[in-house]
Design a protein around this ligand. Structure first.
Ligand SMILES: Cc1cc2nc3c(=O)[nH]c(=O)nc-3n(C[C@H](O)[C@H](O)[C@H](O)COP(=O)(O)O)c2cc1C
Length: 176
């Protein structure tokens, strides 16, 4: 798949078979994360946490479920076998830029995963769940002072990934 196709064919996948992706595929997705732009090249203040441990995934999923209406979102991680959490050390004055950098990291992973036909979905529920839960924060081994800022679930999808799609142009655009 070429880059432009991977970008436009990316879509949120919310049904996973439970089968994990291979280490080689995961490494390629993580390489895409490592290639992302970060404000002022502040890579020292970013951490990627790859969560494959089912017990920890369940803890995050339970905490996410408790935060949101559980009927509307019974499985906030959709049963995906892998979650990559992006956490940043946030300095005063750089809050928005660090969150924006986390977004760049997550989107790079989403595009790479699409290219590899791996199901993927941005997940905010896990960010909020970890932010408010010291037990999970500690289980993730996050050093003090880091804030979860974005996350992506990955796994084999129950539907085709990377198929052509045409959303039109959903974002308003002004040319001056
Ligand atoms: C910052 C951010 C947070 C998101 N959080 C969630 C989430 O918690 N759960 C979810 O199912 N989708 C989440 N999404 C996916 C959006 O709902 C999705 O991108 C949007 O509906 C457009 O659909 P598409 O990704 O298929 O193009 C999130 C997307 C972004 C950018």
């Amino acid at each position: 798949m070429n880059t432009l196709d991977a970008i436009s064919n990316r879509k949120s996948i919310r049904s996973f078979t439970g089968e994990p992706v291979s280490q080689e595929e995961l490494d390629q997705v993580l390489h895409a994360a490592q290639s992302a732009p970060v404000v002022m090249a502040d890579y020292n203040n970013c951490i990627l946490t790859v969560v494959k441990d089912r017990e920890v995934l369940d803890l995050i999923e339970d905490a996410g479920r408790a935060l949101f209406n559980s009927d509307a979102m019974p499985n906030p991680l959709y049963g995906a076998p892998t979650l990559v959490l992006v956490s940043m050390r946030i300095y005063p004055g750089r809050e928005a830029a660090m969150f924006a950098s986390a977004g760049a990291i997550v989107e790079n992973m989403a595009i790479a995963a699409t290219d590899l036909k791996i199901g993927n979905c941005w997940i905010w529920a896990s960010v909020t769940a970890v932010q408010g839960n010291k037990e999970i924060y500690d289980r993730l081994g996050l050093p003090e002072g880091f804030t979860p800022c974005g996350s992506l679930v990955l796994g084999r999808a129950e539907e085709p990934v990377g198929e052509p799609r045409d959303l039109g142009n959903p974002i308003a655009m002004t040319v001056i």
